[in-house]
Design a binder for this molecule. Structure first.
Ligand SMILES: NC(=O)c1ccc[n+]([C@@H]2O[C@H](COP(=O)([O-])OP(=O)(O)OC[C@H]3O[C@@H](n4cnc5c(N)ncnc54)[C@H](OP(=O)(O)O)[C@@H]3O)[C@@H](O)[C@H]2O)c1
Length: 269
């Protein structure tokens, strides 16, 4: 697995991490075992950068439980997500409890009340509890605001959607991230699963085989990671065997323009 520095933040991350939206929100008694199985697979495969949020139900808590006794083997990225200042403090206290007192990347989810949330995260960073501060948004309609936050100099990383059918970040966000030296975490590499509904044939994927690609999921991840402005992709899966499949896209050689164009065509973009 290749590692990249998250912008100029000093945090080195494996290029294929893991998301937890829906997949780690497993209610009831089976939740703990299911999430532990996914985290075991992620650690085995080297996808040790794991992204969560208080928005994802049980995910944040179950991730903490699954990391019990081996917290050092993972890098946790989580978020603050609330309009309420007191609740933001509670979210941070809960997360720091679950993650043994530190969060490697702490983000403002969907830019909700970002000036106040950044103030809280800056305090936690000064206290040594937060490594890198970031901000996320999923919607192109918020990219102007995201760009404004990037320009404040108060964040070191962003999390944005990027895949062959969602390329809105190419206009301003990715060039600006590069100019400012910000880390880029890519959410939704499979378009929330929409890009997986119809997989191209093995024959269609044949030209990508020399790049270590044997599945459509790997082609899509390599499409993202072949843009050097992107540092880590965080695909989510509920299936243990897919964790290793996705992680296998995290090694060079990377695609050139021709392979990226082919993946774009196969995605129907
Ligand atoms: N900040 C934000 O606003 C925001 C918004 C959205 C997402 N995110 C973060 O980004 C992460 C990823 O985004 P996402 O979960 O929306 O979507 P995604 O990773 O693009 O797609 C997830 C879907 O892909 C399927 N999948 C995963 N690996 C596969 C494989 N090898 N082969 C076939 N299908 C595969 C999964 O199904 P199976 O479970 O059946 O494998 C799931 O349905 C989230 O989990 C979350 O951490 C953040």
């Amino acid at each position: 697995m290749e590692y990249r520095e998250l912008g100029s933040s000093g945090l080195n991350v494996p290029v294929v991490g893991m998301g937890t939206w829906q997949t780690f929100d497993v209610p009831g008694p089976e939740g703990e075992g299911r999430v532990r199985g996914l985290v075991d697979a992620a650690i085995r495969a080297g996808s040790t950068f794991i992204d969560s949020s208080p928005m994802y139900g049980e995910a944040e808590r179950l991730l903490g439980l699954a990391l019990g006794g081996r917290r050092d083997e993972a890098q946790v990225a989580t978020k603050l997500w609330t309009t309420n200042d007191a609740e933001a403090e509670r979210q941070a206290a809960r997360a720091l409890g679950w993650y043994e007192g530190r969060v490697e990347l702490y983000q403002v989810h969907n830019l909700v009340r970002w000036p106040e949330r950044l103030t809280l995260l800056e305090r936690l960073r000064d206290e040594g509890k937060v490594g890198v501060i970031g901000a996320t948004h999923y919607s192109p309609s918020a990219f102007d605001e995201l760009a404004a936050v990037m320009r404040t100099g108060r964040i070191e990383a962003i999390q944005i959607p990027y895949n062959p059918r969602e390329r809105g970040v190419e206009r301003e966000i990715l060039p600006l991230a590069e100019e400012l030296g910000l880390g880029v975490v890519v959410m939704r590499p499979f378009g929330q699963g929409g890009l997986m509904r119809r997989s191209p044939s093995a024959r269609d994927l044949e030209p990508l085989r020399p790049f270590g690609v044997s599945t459509w999921a790997q082609a899509l991840l390599k499409w993202v990671l072949s843009d050097p402005r992107c540092h880590v992709a965080i695909p989510a899966t509920s299936r243990v065997e897919r964790v290793a499949e996705n992680a296998a896209a995290g090694d060079p050689p990377w695609f050139g323009a021709g392979q990226r164009a082919l993946v774009g065509r196969l995605a129907g973009a």
